[in-house]
Ligand binder design. Structure first.
Ligand SMILES: *[C@@H]1O[C@H](CO)[C@@H](O)[C@H](O)[C@H]1NC(C)=O
Ligand SMILES: *[C@@H]1O[C@H](CO)[C@@H](O)[C@H](O)[C@H]1NC(C)=O
Ligand SMILES: *[C@@H]1O[C@H](CO)[C@@H](O)[C@H](O)[C@H]1NC(C)=O
Ligand SMILES: *[C@@H]1O[C@H](CO)[C@@H](O)[C@H](O)[C@H]1NC(C)=O
Length: 369
């Protein structure tokens, strides 16, 4: 029976993928490797709105090749050999076919080029999110960001806009590698009252990037790229893949990179007076993030602090928070007590990893008559 239902779920998804004729991954020329014709460029400046294959641009957009210099700074391109830079008020866009009503997550890589705080406004009408990109999380200057939307039309106009107005037009973020992934919002089951507790459902991670994907706080994003979870407070959390990090369970996990300024939360249905256990794993991502860490877990008003000594080489421990529900909805939340920096570069934020979160009600032992 179980085997059969797993099979039918697999078949269901297989048919869906065929029906949508939509493959998760980079957008057409999403990494900008197809270059404009040389006659459509003046130096690096793109002269025509359709010059970059598959994209439409507006405003001051530069086509940047790896190894190019800006002043004394060597510009690094995260994937392949080309990226674009958006000047003041410049934008790039592309139309893609989507399924009405479905949720999608976009992932893109961006780097700031000047000292100023820079932002990107990413939108798929009527949704938009203004993502700050001033905080460096990765040492090479590039970070990948996720932003999710719900398709309300069958065609989505993906627009990335730099709303900045800097004095120097050569300032403005670099963008590379734009990809999309369909999200399948998971459901709570008898084995877990939380949805997506193992964080397996989430944004696209580029197979070739080794720095994970930042999930910005919900204030910048109405739809979570990490289905069922909300990123609360001010800073992002980082979504990690097993290919590049140590992940306690399954293929994906979340790294709490923002200390108390970033938390992940989910509201679970509970029964007042019933006892529950919240199980979870706390570890490190094997990314040279060393030191004494503490993960704080909350379930409504109850809380527990789980210390974890990280040597930065991977590993995890299991923890549990037992509580009695005082409401029909209980907020489950995790945050890191401290900030941490990677010991290999002393510039990028890192933190403890949380994974494999399960919420179960405690069954009363049956009384023997
Ligand atoms: C190319 O840029 C230079 C300097 O910015 C400018 O003088 C020249 O007119 C531009 N050429 C074209 C074809 O736009
Ligand atoms: C969207 O689908 C239509 C057919 O329904 C097709 O003509 C068009 O080329 C597709 N557009 C893209 C961007 O794939
Ligand atoms: C971001 O883009 C949306 C849609 O294009 C627009 O309505 C909004 O005003 C923009 N916000 C900023 C800060 O540029
Ligand atoms: C990923 O890296 C491999 C080897 O380094 C390379 O062959 C491949 O083209 C890269 N893929 C992308 C999408 O850049």
């Amino acid at each position: 029976m179980v085997g059969f239902s797993v099979l039918s779920v697999l078949l269901f998804f297989a048919t869906c993928h065929l029906a949508f004729a939509f493959i998760d991954g980079p957008l057409s020329n999403g990494n900008f490797e197809l270059a404009p014709r040389s006659t459509d460029l003046n130096g690096t400046i793109v002269l025509k709105s359709h010059a970059i294959p598959k994209w439409q641009i507006s405003g001051f957009v530069e086509y940047i090749k790896a190894g190019q210099k800006q002043g004394d700074m060597l510009l690094v391109v995260p994937e392949g050999y080309a990226a674009v830079r958006l000047g003041n008020e410049a934008s790039i866009k592309q139309f893609i076919n989507v399924t009405k009503g479905m949720y999608y997550s976009l992932t893109f890589s961006a780097a700031r080029t000047c000292a100023q705080d820079e932002m990107l406004n990413i939108s798929v009408a009527p949704d938009f999110g203004v993502l700050p990109i001033q905080t460096l999380y990765s040492s090479n200057g590039w970070d990948s960001y996720a932003w999710a939307f719900r398709a309300i039309y069958t065609v989505a106009e993906i627009l990335i806009h730099n709303p900045g107005v800097e004095e120097d037009p050569a300032c403005g973020p670099l963008i590379d590698s734009i990809a999309i992934r369909t999200l399948y919002p998971p459901k709570a089951t008898r084995d877990n009252l939380l949805k997506n507790g193992d964080f397996e459902e989430g944004p696209y991670i580029f197979p070739n990037t080794s720095w994970g994907v930042l999930i910005p706080p919900n204030i910048e994003d109405d739809n979570s790229p990490l289905p069922a979870w909300m990123v609360e407070s001010l800073k992002a959390v980082k979504y990690l893949d097993k290919a590049h990090f140590s992940v306690p369970h399954g293929q994906r996990a979340v790294e709490l990179v923002g200390g108390k300024e970033s938390a992940i939360a989910q509201v679970a249905r509970t029964i007042i007076g019933k006892t529950y256990q919240l199980f979870f794993a706390v570890g490190d991502a094997s990314n040279s993030c060393e030191g004494s860490m503490i993960v704080e877990a909350f379930a409504g008003r109850d809380t527990v602090k789980i210390p974890y000594e990280s040597k930065g080489k991977g590993g995890y421990k299991r923890a549990v928070l037992r509580f009695v529900a005082t409401a029909t909805r209980t907020r489950i939340m995790f945050l890191s007590t401290y900030y941490h920096m990677r010991s290999d570069d002393f510039s990028s934020l890192c933190g403890p990893v949380v994974d494999d979160v399960k919420l179960l009600s405690v069954r009363r032992p049956r009384r023997l008559v």
